[in-house]
Design a protein around this ligand. Structure first.
Ligand SMILES: Nc1ncnc2c1ncn2[C@@H]1O[C@H](COP(=O)(O)OP(=O)(O)OP(=O)(O)O)[C@@H](O)[C@H]1O
Length: 512
């Protein structure tokens, strides 16, 4: 019954993706799609709001056009990503589009700049390892090896989530593969990020206490210019900007917190508003409730794992879920790149329109009902989603493999996934925040506090890492030296950092 009802919906989607289509008509359809896509893009570019770049942003643009490598930092909403997007266009004109690679540490952040994850670009596979092992894996991966030779400019956004050892390893790999004894083997680097936001997801072991990318030995030599953008665009209310800047530095000024409490929306938003949670258990609970509340028939997909028993547990650490249940109307997110060119990349969101039984393909190993979901992506395309595989490798040998649909539920999301987003409306609960920068990242997503429904908040969860404060202190004093304006550095001298009981988290106390 469900399948019958859905087949009507599936028709048009199938016509585009039929495996029986001849090569010629496929080529024709592809060309027609390309022409329409280019026309749409040109239209979008023409209607794009004209941005008047600030002097700081212009400084970056000019350095990039001179071929310099630049690190762009600044508070949330200062336009790092929009600037990076503009720079990508510039670089693609300057070099050739195929020689410019656009990356970010997470799928969602990569999706925002139409790029790929840093991992996927580098071709280093999983699990992370020492630089020689990573190098060995690349040498066995012809496509990755060629990418390293071909790249002229490498763009990396949301760098706070890249760990020091990985950054260092990639710099070493670039030099070795390209046989050029210059920083990054001569690749022009454009790196954006705010280290007051979320730290690396899984800092590597044996990294000698290093965590953030700025601690990498090669950090300073990687850039000709490091720029701190100071004008905030996302928010316009000066009181909100003051509140966010305080929270960014780990402060919890009672007056600012009172303003936060008084200005947030009091009405619980409708269920379509994205809900952000620090912990994945809460994300899963909300998604499961929302799925149930739709009341539609569920289709369950259970991952099929194969390979060495001792290596299978590593599959659990990957992004593909052990089990995912879907129904018509479910909000979903892609967790694998299907087609970068069409924007069907890790992080892309959409809604399940229905299900269809694939012809000539048995998928009953992952789904008893033998049905695959049809997803309408927010960016436009509608697609029948097929199972994908994820592997754990050892050298060039696959030691474990998971087959599963590349989808997860997306009504609720983790704060890690939302870094980089600008949201008009947001529902969040910050009582269980556990990471440095987490409260700041969540609160700084909204343009105004009217769009924020804060169901729970704990001021002790406002945390910042002392190394980050130190990095920006050095940064701002360098700027102060240049501009002979040392106000900021004096303010920073009035703080001290105390370590919390668990020894891993810190709070900043401002001395009045
Ligand atoms: N020069 C500018 N003029 C007008 N608007 C701007 C300018 N620069 C950025 N913006 C706007 O500011 C908002 C935030 O920009 P963006 O997302 O690039 O900030 P960000 O620094 O990357 O934030 P985050 O650190 O949270 O990822 C966007 O809506 C963007 O269009």
């Amino acid at each position: 019954m469900l399948g019958m009802k859905l087949l009507a919906l599936v028709g048009p989607a199938h016509r585009n993706f039929s495996t029986k289509t001849s090569y010629k008509s496929k080529k024709w359809a592809q060309n027609r799609y390309k022409t329409r896509y280019k026309a749409k893009q040109a239209e979008a570019e023409n209607t794009e709001i004209k941005i008047e770049w600030t002097d700081e942003q212009k400084q970056v643009i000019s350095a990039i056009s001179e071929g310099k490598s630049v690190f762009i930092t600044g508070s949330a909403g200062t336009g790092k990503t929009i600037l990076v997007q503009h720079i990508i266009k510039m670089l693609k004109k300057q070099h050739r589009p195929s020689k410019v690679f656009v990356t970010a540490p997470t799928g969602v952040a990569a999706c925002a700049i139409r790029g790929q994850t840093l991992h996927s670009f580098a071709g280093v596979g999983y699990p992370l390892a020492d630089r020689d092992t990573l190098m060995h894996r690349i040498l066995l991966n012809n496509k990755a090896y060629k990418r390293w030779l071909k790249v002229k400019a490498l763009v990396l956004d949301e760098t706070s989530m890249v760990d020091a050892e990985f950054f260092e390893s990639l710099e070493y790999i670039a030099r070795q593969i390209r046989q050029v004894d210059e920083s990054w083997g001569g690749i022009q680097l454009v790196v954006g990020g705010d280290f007051f936001q979320l730290p690396p997801i899984r800092p590597q072991q044996n990294s000698g206490g290093k965590e953030y990318a700025f601690e990498a030995d090669c950090w300073n030599s990687s850039f000709d210019l490091q720029v701190n953008l100071t004008k905030i665009f996302r928010q316009s209310d000066p009181q909100l900007i003051k509140l966010l800047n305080g929270i960014r530095r780990g402060e919890s000024d009672p007056e600012d917190l009172k303003f936060l409490e008084q200005s947030c929306s009091e009405a619980e938003p409708d269920p379509s508003v994205v809900q952000l949670y620090p912990r994945i258990e809460d994300v899963n609970r909300v998604n499961a409730n929302r799925l149930e509340s739709l009341g539609n028939e569920l289709v369950v997909y259970s991952a099929v794992d194969s390979g060495e028993e001792s290596r299978k547990p590593q599959l659990e650490q990957g992004i593909a879920p052990k089990e995912v249940a879907l129904c018509e109307g479910a909000r979903v997110m892609l967790v694998k790149n299907l087609n970068t060119w069409r924007g069907l990349v890790n992080g892309a969101t959409g809604t399940v329109q229905g299900f269809s039984a694939p012809k000539n393909k048995d998928i009953t190993d992952i789904c008893n009902a033998g049905l695959l979901p049809i997803v309408k992506f927010d960016s436009g395309p509608e697609l029948l989603i097929e199972p994908e595989t994820w592997v754990v490798t050892e050298g060039d040998k696959v030691v474990a493999e998971r087959k599963q649909l590349p989808l997860i539920l997306a009504w609720a999301s983790s704060i890690h996934k939302c870094q980089g987003m600008t949201l008009d409306r947001l529902h969040t609960d910050l009582s269980r925040a556990f990471e440095n920068g987490m409260v700041y990242v969540a609160l700084s997503r909204v343009r105004s506090l009217e769009g924020l429904y804060l169901s729970s908040f704990d001021r002790w969860k406002i945390m910042v890492h002392p190394k980050v404060l130190q990095f920006y202190k050095r940064f701002s004093s360098e700027l102060a030296q240049e501009s002979k304006d040392d106000n900021d550095s004096q303010r920073q001298d009035n703080v001290y950092v105390s370590q919390k009981d668990d020894g891993s988290k810190y709070m900043l106390v401002h001395i009045k």
